[in-house]
Design a protein around this ligand. Sequence first.
Ligand SMILES: C[S@@+](CC[C@H](N)C(=O)[O-])C[C@H]1O[C@@H](n2cnc3c(N)ncnc32)[C@H](O)[C@@H]1O
Length: 164
Amino acid sequence: MSRLDSFIRRMEAQRACIDFAARPGNVPEGPVFELGLGNGRSYDHLRERFPAREIYVFERQVNANAASMPDADHLIAGEILETLPRAVLRFRARVAFVHSDLGSGDEARDRALSARVAPLLAEAVAPAGLVASDQPLVIAGWQKLPLPPGIAESRYFLYRKPKA
Ligand SMILES: C[S@@+](CC[C@H](N)C(=O)[O-])C[C@H]1O[C@@H](n2cnc3c(N)ncnc32)[C@H](O)[C@@H]1O
């Protein structure tokens, strides 16, 4: 498969997982976190799909398209391993949905970062909340969900925190 095909399939998987989360009743009340603003494409999609929710965006190198820039109250700039622990103190067990797209293409680096981010998500997410991630996450007690129809295994990852 060409890199272009692979990229397109990853983007389709990302969109399908966000759309799944946005279906009525699929996530509890609460804010949404976007980990990795990048160009702002998936943030823009989140804004469309969750128009009534507060969306907080984490990014260490803010360089998004101007049309997809969060306002200052919702942009949490800095290294995620410093900013996310502070956000946990503020939002503990209240976040309805996290879209995590921190991948760099360096497998070892991405695995190491995911291992440190996962326990922070475990604390931030509300009971019955969802995480859609470009990387596999290991969170004890959470349920790994099947991907939406048409999305191949391991293109993206969906997890649900158990109800309290
Ligand atoms: C694949 S891009 C995100 C693309 C984005 N979802 C979009 O639709 O344009 C990954 C982003 O995560 C950010 N990132 C990676 N590691 C990070 C870290 N440790 N702390 C904060 N941001 C990080 C990178 O700077 C990059 O912008």
